[in-house]
Design a protein around this ligand. Structure first.
Ligand SMILES: C[S@@+](CC[C@H](N)C(=O)[O-])C[C@H]1O[C@@H](n2cnc3c(N)ncnc32)[C@H](O)[C@@H]1O
Length: 394
């Protein structure tokens, strides 16, 4: 099993890890415990030394009595609102059923639904959770700071392509397991002020990390027509990408989600709008993927985390669209074959490459979950396992 070096106390603000985002903040789930005060009100403190913007000294509430304000940057006295139903929780629990201890990396912590379930099932495991969204970290800190699992998580504000740096910065030698649950959370999609959805009128933002990076407005108003058309086609298979790009350029400046949706809808022929859900859905997804560089950073992130798995440890990845699923499949296959592309039956120079990992067949959610959780409908779970030293010799 892996050697789990002692973690740096979570209340210490660490210097920025190379490749991480500007904040580099430590969030301690220990300090996020809520308690009943004498008046019977539930309250608590986020005592985040060097905490994320706006969290220091905040009074919080427990997740079950949150105000459903839809405000992701909640004010004093209100804890973060985080509606998100984690996908394939039972299947992921089964993948990691034999975790004996060590550090588990959740590279897309979100509201910590998966993370909390894994911590509850494995009392000897410590969680290292990262997310690029400060609002997600605030919600996760609250979630992981209560009950039996409190005090067993270290949370970091970082992009997952900096995961290896974060792991090394914590003095962790290897990982007992890792999870990537890709894409956006329901919280991000549903928060009216984040600009991810055509359903709410909001400034064109769409950044998962609200502290840095270009916004959707920068892309929609700044890219030339050909580049816009290419990104819409590449990230969403939108058939009308060129017409939409031309309409966007003609309508500039576009500053709100509703304006953007109206221009997209107007660019698609009426007959084509009648099926396939909201006509702006695919273009919104494409712009979101571009804003957050989702596909560009995925491959290096997966490769670096795979390299940090202890013998016998597994990496599970949940994808929600074909572009990201293709990358996950390629990375796992390349790890399995050692980069050899020769047909398996033929002798070749790379036949001697020892397989270091084993890839499991992809899985999808069951019918009941697909019915009850719309987000699960497009989900696909891929798992790769680093073969233990004994396994590699067989
Ligand atoms: C689908 S949600 C994860 C939900 C989580 N599994 C749960 O149980 O609540 C995806 C999360 O990953 C985060 N995320 C997406 N891309 C990221 C990246 N490149 N680096 C770090 N976090 C990322 C998003 O901000 C979001 O909070």
């Amino acid at each position: 099993m892996i050697v789990d070096a002692p973690l740096v106390p979570t209340h210490v603000r660490r210097p920025l890890v190379p490749g991480s985002l500007p904040d580099g903040t430590v969030v301690s789930s220990n300090s996020a415990r809520c308690h009943r005060d004498r008046t019977g009100e539930k309250s608590g403190r986020h005592l985040l030394s060097g905490g994320l913007p706006g969290t220091q000294g905040r009074v919080c509430r427990s997740p079950d009595d949150l105000v459903m304000s839809g405000d992701s940057t909640v004010g004093e006295g209100v804890a973060p609102w985080f509606p998100h139903e984690p996908v394939m929780v039972a299947e992921i629990a089964a993948v990691f059923a034999d975790l004996a201890g060590g550090t588990f990396l959740d590279a897309t912590l979100g509201g910590a639904g998966h993370a909390a379930a894994l911590l509850a099932a494995h009392p000897a495991v410590h969680l290292l959770g990262i997310d690029r969204d400060p609002a997600a970290l605030r919600a996760a800190s609250l979630h992981l700071g209560t009950g039996d699992i409190a005090g067993r998580a270290t949370l970091r504000h970082a992009r997952f392509d900096a995961a290896a740096s974060v792991v090394i910065g914590e003095g962790i030698g290897s990982l007992a397991g890792a999870l990537f649950d890709l894409g956006v959370s329901s919280h991000q999609l549903d928060a009216p002020d984040r600009g991810f959805s055509y359903r709410h009128d909001a400034p064109l933002d769409m950044r998962m990390d609200t502290t840095s990076g270009p916004t959707a407005a920068d892309i929609v108003n700044g890219f030339d027509e050909a580049r816009l058309a290419r990104l819409i086609a590449d990230h969403s298979d939108e058939r009308w990408a060129r017409r939409i790009a031309a309409a966007l350029v003609a309508a500039r400046p576009i500053t709100s989600t509703v304006e953007l949706a109206d221009v997209i809808v107007g660019a698609i022929p009426a007959a084509a709008r009648r099926s396939g859900g909201h006509p702006a859905k695919r273009t919104f997804q494409a712009i979101r993927i571009e804003v957050n560089g989702e596909l560009v950073i995925l491959r290096p992130a997966l490769e670096s985390v795979l390299a940090m798995l202890a013998p016998g440890a597994r990496l599970a990845v949940l994808t929600y669209h074909s572009g990201e699923d293709r990358i996950v499949k390629e990375v796992m296959r390349a790890a399995e074959t050692g980069g050899c592309t020769c047909p398996p039956a033929l002798p070749c120079r790379c036949a001697a490459v020892r397989t270091a990992v084993r890839v499991r067949a992809p899985r999808q959610p069951g019918a009941a979950e697909r019915l009850s959780n719309p987000r699960a409908r497009s989900a696909r779970l891929r798992v790769v396992e680093r073969i233990s030293a004994a396994g590699a010799e067989n």
